[in-house]
Design a protein around this ligand. Structure first.
Ligand code: HEM
Length: 268
C-alpha cells in the first residue's frame, strides 16, 4: 500500500466530507456571509449525528431485548440517556445567538425547518411514538419515505419491551403479541396493572422501566429546552416549516412516549 492510501485520522473519519458540508446561504449576500449562520448549520449537523447514533443504539437495544439480554439493553439505553443529556446541554450553545443575529439570515432558510428532520421522526417511531401522517411531508417515491414507512411498520422499543415482559409471564393482553401498532402508544389499564406488579415484585424489570422513563423524560427535557430556545430567538413568530412555531411545539410537551410508565406512578 502506498503512503497516500494508508489510513489516517482524516481519511478514517471522512473529514473531507464532513468539513465540506457547511454551505451558509448568506455567502450569497453582497456584503458577505452572516457570521452566525455557521453556528446554526453546525449545531444542526451535530444534532443529526447524535440522532444517527441514537437510532443505531435503539436498533441494538431492540435486538438485545428480543434475545432477553437485559443487561445489554440497560447498558445501551443508559448510553442513549447520556447522549440526550449532552443534546440538552448543547442548546446553551445555540442560545448564544441573539434574535437580531438570527433574523439576519432567517429569510434565507426559506421553508427549511427541523420539522422535516426525518431522523428525529425515526427516533420517535423507533421508540413507539408513531404518527403515520408525518410521512405526508415526504415524496412517496423517496428513500426517506420508504425508510420512515419501514420504521412505522416494524416493532418499536416499547413493543419489544412488552413482548419481553409477556415472555417473563406477566399478563399482557393477547393483541399486543399479535399486532404491531402504527400509532402512538395508547394508555391501557391492563398494561398499567402489569407495570404496577413489576414495580412491586421484580427488581430487574423495575430497573428497565426506570431507564425507559429516563429516556422519555430526557426527550421531554429536550423539547422543553428547544421551545425556550425558540421563544427567546423568534418569540411567537410562526416557524419556517409553516407551523405556528412555539405554540405548535408546546403541545408536544403533553405527549410522553410511554404514557403508562407515567400513569402507573399514581398507583405506586
Ligand atoms: C435558533 C434556533 C432554532 C429555532 C428558532 C427553531 C425553530 C423551530 C420552530 C419554529 C419549529 C416548529 C416547526 C416550524 O418550523 O414551523 C421547530 C421544529 C423543530 N426543530 Fe427547531 N429551531 C431551532 C434550533 C433547532 C436545533 C438546533 C434543532 C436540532 C436538530 C432543532 C430541531 C427541530 C425539530 C426536530 C423540530 C420538530 C419538532 C416536532 O415537530 O416535534 N431545532 N424548530
Amino acid at each position: 500500500m502506498t503512503q497516500s492510501h494508508a489510513l489516517n485520522y482524516s481519511s478514517y473519519l471522512r473529514l473531507d466530507k464532513i468539513l465540506d458540508a457547511q454551505e451558509p446561504r448568506s455567502l450569497a449576500n453582497p456584503d458577505g456571509m452572516e457570521h452566525d449562520e455557521m453556528l446554526f448549520i453546525i449545531i444542526h449537523q451535530v444534532f443529526e449525528l447524535w440522532f444517527k447514533q441514537i437510532l443505531h443504539e435503539v436498533d441494538f437495544a431492540k435486538e438485545q431485548m428480543v434475545v432477553g439480554n437485559i443487561g445489554k439493553v440497560q447498558h445501551v439505553l443508559k448510553r442513549i440517556r447520556s447522549i440526550i443529556k449532552v443534546m440538552v446541554g448543547q442548546v446553551d450553545v445555540i442560545e448564544t445567538m441573539t434574535p437580531v443575529e438570527f433574523s439576519a439570515f432567517r429569510d434565507r432558510l426559506d421553508a427549511a425547518s427541523g420539522l422535516q428532520s426525518y431522523q428525529f421522526r425515526e427516533i420517535e417511531f423507533s421508540l413507539g411514538f408513531k404518527r403515520a401522517n408525518v410521512l405526508d411531508r415526504y415524496e412517496e417515491s423517496s428513500d426517506i419515505y420508504q425508510q420512515l414507512n419501514k420504521r412505522l411498520n416494524e416493532p418499536s422499543l416499547w413493543d419489544a419491551f412488552i413482548q419481553f415482559v409477556a415472555q417473563r409471564g406477566y399478563a399482557v393482553p393477547e393483541e399486543y403479541l399479535k399486532e404491531i401498532s402504527t400509532s402512538e402508544i395508547q394508555s391501557d389499564g391492563a398494561i398499567i396493572d402489569v407495570i404496577e406488579e413489576i414495580y412491586h415484585s421484580d427488581h430487574e424489570l423495575t430497573g428497565l422501566c426506570e431507564t425507559l422513563i429516563d429516556l422519555d423524560e430526557g426527550l421531554l427535557e429536550w423539547r422543553y429546552r428547544h421551545i425556550k430556545m425558540v421563544q427567546r430567538t423568534i418569540g411567537m413568530k410562526p416557524g419556517t416549516g409553516g407551523s405556528t412555531g412555539a405554540m405548535y411545539l408546546m403541545a408536544s410537551l403533553d405527549n410522553p412516549i410511554f404514557p403508562d410508565l407515567w400513569r402507573v406512578r399514581a398507583k405506586l
